[in-house]
Each structure stands twice: as structure tokens, then as C-alpha cells.
Design a binder for this molecule. Sequence first.
Ligand code: PMP
Length: 391
Amino acid sequence: MITLPFAARTDGLVGSVIDSSTSLLAAQTHDIVRFAMGSPAPDSIPSQVLAALAAEELTRPSSYDYAATEGDPMLRSALLESLRGTSDETTDDRLTITAGGMQGLDLACKLFVDPGDLVVVESPTYTGGSAVALSYGAELLEVATDADGLDVDALEEAVAAAGRAPTVIYTIPTFQNPAGTTLSPPRRERLVELARRWGSMVIDDDPYALLRFAGTEVPSLRAVAGGDPLVFSVRTFSKTVAPGLRCGWVDADPSLSPLLINAKQAMDTCANMPAQRLVARFLAGGYLTEHLATQRAVYRERKAGMQAALSRHLGDRARWTDPDGGFFLWVTLPGVDTQELFPAALAEGVAYIPGQAFSPAGHFTDALRLCFATTDPERADVGVGRLAAAM
Ligand code: PMP
């Protein structure tokens, strides 16, 4: 038996239950209501507009060249324009175009996480984010959340108990994945204050802020931090345009740009050029603004539809959240092990992500995440009915 010379860091490659469900579901041959993946619904992908833009753009040989590592100028300027007036308004020297949000998270950890460093994650947290931190050898410190997002008092206590400052605080501040909660403005202030005190970087992973369908806008963490370089913002077009384009951006202090460029050159040279050009044209043509307005209305209706289905089929056997935007409902089924329930649910024809996947410490065994974005109210009713049958 040959022993291969694996790097020690392979111990930190834990994978993602969410991503693996793409192949698990593709292998099923029966009808399944898919509440598992956090993707826009097929009917929410602006494929006709993208195809028309592709017909214009993708006949040009230059659309297939390498792009500048920091991103194609066409996309960068369209992006700057589309962010004007939003809480994410920024400047060109802060932008790096990435292969989706995941690459932004990878770049952040590559720059700031050494093996053994303490990285704060929310409990529950997005599995992709914790997986990236683990892949760089982080020690995770899981801190409770409540209806207002990360519990900043609990954070202060947890760090005091750990006896050392975290290198990174990883937060999904708006319509959190998976809990759907939003970090309140006072907590945003406090989080930035604590990070300043500890000398920690805040990874501000906020893919859903533009998908608000109720309530009022809150300032981004970067806006709260003013010119302070400690906030590293990761953004993506995966939820607002299409995930398969693998296109996103990092907004970070300009002093980080040379390192980000070097790190990205050692990874993939540049983001996919045809995808960058398509997104650039989508933004510059004003389609994103239109598309977001439609999508917000769709998701508002789908959230309500999913909640109505939960009331109808599960009534007092379950509790669920009421997010003002994003894609997810976080459902608690007291007394039910949702991991154990999963094979029965899949056999009944419904898929979700068990709560435990969102907690490196293995909490939330009685919870699950449902993506409401993918299914219309009728289909959500079928899916939740199947979930009740599996229970
Ligand atoms: N962060 C969060 C909170 C997410 O929900 C997602 C997508 N599920 C990502 C990052 C990854 O985004 P992308 O698909 O653009 O890599």
C-alpha cells in the first residue's frame, strides 16, 4: 500500500453538506421538492436577457481573453455605477472581481488566517464559510445568535473565556444563511468596536442584502466602519443574477489590493471572462434593477407561501422564522432529529438541509433550513406536506 504525502492541511478539508446535496439530488429519479439549495429558482434566472446579451457580446474574441486579475474594467465600472446610492457604494481601488462569494471567502482567509488562529463564526453559520476557515487550519469559536443576529455580549464573553483575540470574525449580517436574521444597527456598531479593540478582521459576507422584501435597509458593516480597513466585504451575483456564472467581488481596503491580486494570480489568474462581460452588460443595461424589483415581489410571496404551508401541515409541531428578505426559513421541530429524518423525507420526495450542517459543534439537531426562493406556494405546500408525512 503506497502512502501518499498528504499535506497536513488536508485534515481541514471538511466539504459542504449543502454543496454535496447538488449531486445527491441529481442522482434521484423520483419527484423531489427541493428546499435544500440556496439558489434562485429556475424561473428566476434571467436566462432570456442573458442569452440576448451573450449573442451581442460573445461573438467578440476579446470576450474570451484573460481578464485583468482585479477584474474586467467593463464589469468594474458597471458595478460601481450599480452600487451608487446603496450602502455598498464604493470606489474602484477597493474592488476585486472574484469567482463568486466562495472565492472572496477563500481570499480573506488566505490573507488573514494562520493554522491555529481563532475564527469566530455565528451559531448557526454558513457551512461554506466555516469550511473555508477550517481549510486554513482555523480553530472555530461558535457564538450564539438571536433574532437580531450575532449576540455581541455572548461574543465578548466567549472571547474572554478563550483568553485570546480572534483573528477573524466571520458574519453573514443580512438575512443570514441559514437563520434569515439580520444584525441590528446597534450590534453592527458594537461588532466593529470589538473588532477594533481586538485587532480582528471582520469578514462581512452579505450576498442577500439586495433581496429585501420587507422592513427598512440597514447600513452595511463597511459603512459602519467608515474608512477603517478591518472590514473585508464579500459579495456575489449568485443570488441576484445566477450562481453558475461564478461571479462576485471583494470590497476591501485599497492597501490589500496587491496581496489580493497576488493571491488570485496564484489561484486562477482572473475570473471567467465571458461571465464578467455578461454580468457587466446585465448591470449596464439596467436589467439588474428591474430584475431585483420583480424578484423581491416573488420572494415575498414565496416566503408567505412557505409559512402558510408550515402552519397548515405542521401547526404547533414546529416553529419558524420570519425574515425580511433573502432565501431561507429556519425551522425548529422540537423532539425530531432532522438528520435522522432526512432519508425518510427524501424518500417521500422533499429535500432540506439538516440544522446540524450549520454548526461545527453539531448543535441544532432539531432544526432544518428551508429555501423558500425555489418553490411557488402550491409546490411549497406539496413539499411541506411530504415533510409532515415523513415525520
Ligand atoms: N456566503 C453565503 C452566506 C452564501 O449563502 C453563499 C451561497 N450559498 C455564499 C457565500 C457563496 O456564494 P457563491 O455561490 O457566489 O460562491
